[in-house]
Design a protein around this ligand. Structure first.
Ligand SMILES: [Zn+2]
Length: 389
């Protein structure tokens, strides 16, 4: 990983999901009971410890706010739009509704402000926020690009939002039991589910899809293999990647995917690092990217055109040039300004994601590689500068 980054985007979640049982007065289920008690009994002081904070999501987008960071022309900083207990009561509208964990999921304990944190999916009823508070629902990908990687609070917030999005999406996708087809119900404050059919009772756990991502290296000629996906943004070259298949080790998946996509034979496979990736396509919303260096045994490329538009060997110099000319900081500023506008209610929906990524492209660079929010960036840059360490 690069020197400025302690962990990948979406990793490094600062919340404690659970304490050891001997220290834990607030298991997820006990926390849900306590939250319900405080929602129903408005005479209970809101200053009771711990406090409760809720992060609303609409259609997979977390509520966010934005603030301008003093003078000096520094870009705005985004924050998660936590709702305090009192506003949350108002949001539920005095229905006296008990929360079941169906709409709410427990995220964990924040030691920093002695709070139990929750996420709620408000896509169905979509209460309005805004006005003076200047809050808006913002795509997680936009927040990802807008994150300043030296700001530990921001990277922590991004990890919390990614975790919450993954859990809420898992809830939406697991409403029925895969064994008997009955409805599922949440348990442990939304961290698990089980089948409501008494003769089945199947337990259902949040799942993720492991994806191998590999930088294929030709040791002898000091080259790396980069691929370009069809329909990807202009001149974006990256590592090869692919899903693991049942009955296959991660190393085998690296060798098989590289062989299938490019005809290159891989020998030694070395683990680098891994990254939670909750911003994949809607069909595979929550992936775990597992990164490797893969050492090539053969060099002749035969591209599978169904998977890749092209694949080529690049020298260390090519790759360093691509890294040096990319405008990652500029992309971050542009995205941060976009978040600010969205929180102010300025409609920016006509700007596509590709526009966000395009501003990274150095005008005279023949290729460019993904930004520091992606594990591919760190695989590529740690190889590019490995001779200087
Ligand atoms: Zn069942």
């Amino acid at each position: 990983m690069s020197m400025s980054l302690q962990f990948h985007a979406f990793a490094g979640n600062p919340l404690r999901p659970k304490l050891p049982i001997s220290h834990d007065p607030f298991s997820p289920s006990a926390a849900l009971e306590a939250l319900n008690a405080r929602i129903l009994d408005t005479t209970l002081s809101s200053s009771l410890s711990p406090s409760f904070k809720v992060l609303p999501f609409r259609n997979g987008k977390p509520l966010a706010s934005s603030s301008t960071a003093g003078s000096g022309g520094s870009p705005p900083i985004w924050h998660l739009g936590w709702i305090e207990l009192e506003d949350f009561r108002g949001m539920l509208g005095n229905t006296g509704a008990q929360l079941s964990g169906e709409s709410m999921v427990y995220l964990g304990l924040s030691a920093e402000d002695d709070a139990v944190l929750w996420a709620i999916d408000v896509s169905a009823k979509a209460p309005e926020f805004g006005g003076e508070l200047e809050l808006g629902f913002v795509e997680l990908r936009t927040l990802m690009v807008a994150t300043d990687w030296e700001d530990l609070k921001a990277t922590g917030d991004l990890a919390i939002a990614g975790h919450a999005k993954a859990l809420l999406e898992w809830h939406n996708a697991s409403r029925f039991c895969g064994h008997c087809g009955e409805k599922t119900v949440p348990v442990e404050a939304g961290r698990r589910k089980k089948c409501s059919n008494d003769s089945c009772k199947k337990r259902i756990y949040p799942r993720l899809d492991p994806v191998v991502i590999m930088l294929v290296i030709d040791r002898e000629n000091d080259l790396v293999l980069l691929g370009k996906r069809p329909k990807h943004v202009y001149q974006l070259w990256s590592c090869l990647s692919g899903f693991t298949e049942p009955g296959e080790s991660l190393e085998e998946a690296v060798r098989r995917e590289t062989w299938e996509e490019t005809g290159i034979e891989v020998g030694e496979v070395v683990y680098h690092s891994s990254q939670p990736w909750p911003v994949g396509p809607s069909s595979i919303p929550y992936q775990l990217m597992v990164g490797f260096f893969a050492y090539a045994k053969s060099l002749e490329i035969t591209v599978d055109k169904n998977e890749l538009e092209d694949a080529k060997w690049y020298s260390r110099e090519d790759v360093r040039k691509a890294l040096a000319s990319a405008k990652y900081k500029k992309a971050q500023r542009t995205a941060a300004a976009k978040v600010e506008q969205m929180c102010k209610g300025v409609d920016n929906n006509n700007r596509s994601l590709a526009t966000d990524f395009n501003v990274e492209s150095g005008e005279d660079a023949p290729i460019y590689v993904p930004g520091p929010y992606a594990i591919a960036h760190h695989l590529i840059s740690s190889w590019a500068f490995s001779d200087q360490m």
